[in-house]
Design a protein around this ligand. Structure first.
Ligand SMILES: CC(C)(COP(=O)(O)OP(=O)(O)OC[C@H]1O[C@@H](n2cnc3c(N)ncnc32)[C@H](O)[C@@H]1OP(=O)(O)O)[C@@H](O)C(=O)NCCC(=O)NCCS
Length: 160
C-alpha cells in the first residue's frame, strides 16, 4: 500500500469511496452527500491523500486542511491543521489503512509547522473514535459543534 496525493483522474472514484464509507455509519443528508463526493473541491483547497493498493486501487482517503483561512476549515485556530472526510472502503477495513492515512496527514501537518491537529467526528463513528484515541487524540468539548439540527459533532484534538 502507498499513501500519496490523489490524482485528478481518481477524484470521482474517491468521492464514491468516501460516500460509501460514510453510508456504513448511517444515512447522510443529501447536502452532505454532495459534499462527500466532491473531491475536486477538496483538492482545490487542501491535500487529499489516498491510500492505494499495490495495483493502484484506492482503498481510502482523507483530506488534510493546513493552518490558515480555508473554505474547508471548521475551526478558528491559526496554527492548527485539521483532517476531514476520512473514509476507508468497507472491504478494506481493519488493516490499518485509516490509521496510516491519519498518521500521514499528521506528518505533513507537522512538516509545515502546525502545532495541533483538530477534527470533528459524528457521535456514531465509533471505529473512528477508537482510531483517533489510539493515535493520541483527546476529546475537546470546546470544539463540539452542531452544524444543523440532529447533527452533533464531537471535537478531537492532538498536539503535534
Ligand atoms: C474509521 C475508518 C476510517 C477506520 O478505517 P480502518 O482502515 O478500518 O482503520 P484501522 O484499521 O486503522 O482501525 C479501525 C478500527 O476499527 C476496527 N474495524 C473496523 N471495521 C472493521 C472490519 N470490517 N474488520 C475488522 N476490524 C474493523 C479495527 O479493528 C480497528 O479497531 P481498534 O481501533 O479497536 O483496533 C473506517 O471505519 C471508516 O471509513 N468509517 C466510516 C467513515 C468514518 O467514520 N470516518 C471518520 C470521519 S471523522
Amino acid at each position: 500500500m502507498e499513501i500519496r496525493p490523489a490524482r485528478p483522474d481518481e477524484f470521482a472514484a474517491l468521492g464514491q469511496l468516501t460516500l460509501e464509507a460514510y453510508r456504513t455509519v448511517g444515512p447522510q443528508s443529501a447536502a452532505y452527500e454532495a459534499e462527500l463526493v466532491d473531491v475536486a473541491h477538496r483538492a482545490e483547497h487542501a491535500t487529499v491523500l489516498v491510500a492505494a493498493d499495490d495495483d493502484g486501487t484506492p482503498l481510502g482517503c482523507v483530506t488534510l486542511v493546513l493552518p490558515g483561512p480555508n473554505v474547508l476549515s471548521e475551526h478558528r485556530e491559526p496554527e492548527a491543521a485539521s483532517i476531514r472526510m476520512l473514509g476507508v472502503a468497507p472491504g478494506a477495513r481493519g488493516r490499518g489503512i485509516g490509521e496510516a492515512l491519519t498518521l500521514a496527514a499528521m506528518e505533513e501537518a507537522r512538516a509545515v509547522g502546525a502545532t495541533a491537529m483538530v477534527l470533528h467526528s459524528a457521535t456514531d463513528m465509533a471505529a473512528a473514535h477508537r482510531l483517533y484515541r489510539r493515535l493520541g487524540f483527546v476529546r475537546d468539548e470546546a470544539l463540539d459543534w452542531v452544524p444543523e439540527p440532529d447533527v452533533e459533532l464531537l471535537g478531537f484534538r492532538l498536539a503535534l
